[in-house]
Design a protein. Sequence first.
Length: 229
Amino acid sequence: MADRAKLTREVKRLARYAGASRVVLPTSDGNLYEALIFLSVLSALRTARLNPTLHNPPGREVRLRGSPGGPGPSYSYVSFTGTSGQYYQVWNGIEVTGHSGMSHEVDVGVFQVSHPGPMASVTLAELAVAIECKCYSSATALKPHSRTNLGMVTDLSKATHRAGTGRYQGCIHCGKGFEAAFVSNVPTGARRDIQDYLQLYELNPQFGVLTGADRVRFEASLVPVLRAL
């Protein structure tokens, strides 16, 4: 796994920068990494000058989901208004149902909402950005996850084709309808084949994202995506 002490320091630092009194640290490195990426999206929104607001449960503490589910008052989220005037929210660990009827966890997601208040449920149509977060000590573990991510993005893609069964299946080639990214702490170049696979299917691999310059680079890549909303 990644250096948990380093990861914890960075999450706490970003939470303080966001104005939170404290952050409830997840027990697993994977969920802690999700917290890092969630707070990095908040930082990128500030850089993009979209005036984000961090909403926390009572006590001003950042508390993120530790398992997949729906939005709720017990968890933190970020709200902002896009350049188009639409309302958006950022959540972690939200399940979204694909065309197949299967639900998929969006590790960190940006969702378009109809009103500025906290969303109560999620539909596929509201998904604007889906970020897959993977924290491992070895690049080998990323291979099955990269394949899984492609399957998830395909099932969630808003462009569809009628299958032989009569049902509609998602098609990434005709248009996902949302931005996707696959973010990992594994160093860039550790598995070029996995990065090339993700890049070919426009899953935007972002490797080496942990602290310092690499995390800032990731945030910079998000800024034009967020400004386009």
